[in-house]
Design a protein around this ligand. Structure first.
Ligand code: SF4
Length: 91
C-alpha cells in the first residue's frame, strides 16, 4: 500500500451537511435568508435587527459557529448569520 493510499484509508468519514438553499421550498415558506441583513422587513414586521440564527433558541451550533443545525431544516445546516420566521428568543 502506498503512503497516499494509506492516508486516504485513514481519512475520517466525516460528511459535512449542506447549507440550506434559500430557494428550497421550506426555506421559501419560512422566509429563510443566509444573511439576516437581507430580511425583507415589510414581509416580516416582527423581525428585529439583533435576530439571527446564532441567537435563536432553535440553533444547534455554538453562537460563534458559522453554521449549525436547526430542527426546521433537518439534515442541513443554517448560517449563523441567517434568519427565518421561526426565530425564537433564547430563554
Ligand atoms: S428557526 Fe432559528 S435557527 Fe432555525 S433557521 Fe429559523 S432563525 Fe435560524
Amino acid at each position: 500500500m502506498t503512503l497516499a493510499a494509506t492516508a486516504t484509508a485513514a481519512a475520517p468519514l466525516v460528511h459535512a451537511q449542506a447549507l440550506v438553499d434559500e430557494k428550497d421550498a421550506t426555506a421559501m415558506a419560512l422566509g429563510y435568508v443566509s444573511d439576516a441583513k437581507r430580511v425583507d422587513a415589510r414581509k416580516h414586521p416582527a423581525f428585529a435587527a439583533e435576530q439571527s440564527c446564532a441567537r435563536c433558541a432553535l440553533y444547534q451550533g455554538q453562537p460563534t459557529d458559522k453554521s449549525g443545525g436547526c430542527p426546521l431544516f433537518a439534515g442541513k445546516q443554517v448560517a449563523g448569520s441567517g434568519w427565518c420566521s421561526g426565530w425564537s428568543r433564547k430563554a
